[in-house]
Design a protein around this ligand. Structure first.
Ligand code: DGL
Length: 271
């Protein structure tokens, strides 16, 4: 039994999709969430910048006595996971492997699409992981750089002509390839699940990065005997690097639970 919290981080709101899965799958665990809202979006930045940001995010989270970290960010997972794992003596789980494993379980024709940020697509990490796990798979990647800013601005609802137009423009060429499975390789994208699902139709199964990595974390905690006692309900604390206005409202709406603690602002440059 281990009562220490799990650290979870992302550039902004996207990692909440992983927090929601963690609250369902591991309700007994305490979570410390950091959203780097002062520097969102990460997706168009260079690898060195991303590593610098990721190191700072981890250094801040490690001011808590954590038992593990979940990188609830596709962009950091695709560019900085190995470095972070090598530098930190605690288990760190990223989103790429678990998501790819799930996609390969559900694809029928072995034609998998990946949508993610520019940095993630440029890294080739999803494609490499899919091919490593199944050399016969065909992979079609597409960067969707406008999705994250639209999500951060709340443009996620059906009937919003802006997000619907952008989604069609990104996804229709991808559908022409004949994919039957689509990896939402950025943790912001499940907030657009309805919009993406409407464009893709029922013939394409969506696989969400945050959810699969939450299952991976559960397996890892169990294997290392790091789980908290199951009869309790854990708490979540939120930290952000920009004024936390609206963050709690959006977070509680999204997580479908009242948050006991207000989000607190920290200065990420100090880490
Ligand atoms: N949600 C993150 C990801 O999964 C970062 C998106 C961004 O900040 O551009 O890639």
């Amino acid at each position: 039994m281990d009562m220490r919290p799990i650290g979870v981080f992302d550039s902004g709101l996207g990692g909440l999709t992983a927090v929601r899965s963690l609250r369902e799958i591991l309700p007994e665990e305490n979570l410390v969430y950091f959203g780097d809202t002062a520097r969102v979006p990460y997706g168009g930045r260079a690898r060195e910048t991303l590593l610098k940001y990721a190191r700072q995010d981890v250094r801040f989270l490690r001011t808590f006595d954590l038992k593990a970290i979940l990188i609830a960010c596709g962009t950091v997972s695709t560019t900085s996971l190995e470095a972070l794992q090598a530098e930190n003596a605690l288990p760190i789980v990223g989103v790429v492997e678990p998501t790819c494993r799930r996609a390969l379980l559900v694809t029928r024709r072995k034609k998998v699409g990946v949508i993610a940020t520019l940095a993630s697509i440029r890294s080739g990490a999803y494609e490499a992981a899919l091919r490593r796990l199944d050399p016969a798979v065909e992979v079609f990647g597409k960067a969707c750089p406008l999705f994250v800013p639209l999500v951060e601005n709340g443009r996620v609802d059906r009937g919003d002509v802006v997000i619907e137009t952008v989604a069609r423009e990104y996804l229709e060429p991808l559908l022409d390839t004949g994919i039957d499975t689509l990896i939402l390789g950025c943790t912001h994208y499940p907030l657009l699940e309805e919009i993406i699902g409407d464009v893709c139709g029922p013939g394409v199964t969506l696989v969400s990065a945050g959810e699969e990595s939450a299952f991976e974390l559960k397996r890892m905690l169990k294997a290392r005997e790091l789980r908290a006692p199951e009869e309790r309900r854990g708490e979540v604390s939120f930290y952000v690097s920009e004024t936390p206005e609206n963050f709690e409202d959006i977070a509680s709406l999204f997580l479908r639970e009242n948050l006991h603690h207000a989000a607190r602002r920290i200065n990420i440059d100090e880490y």
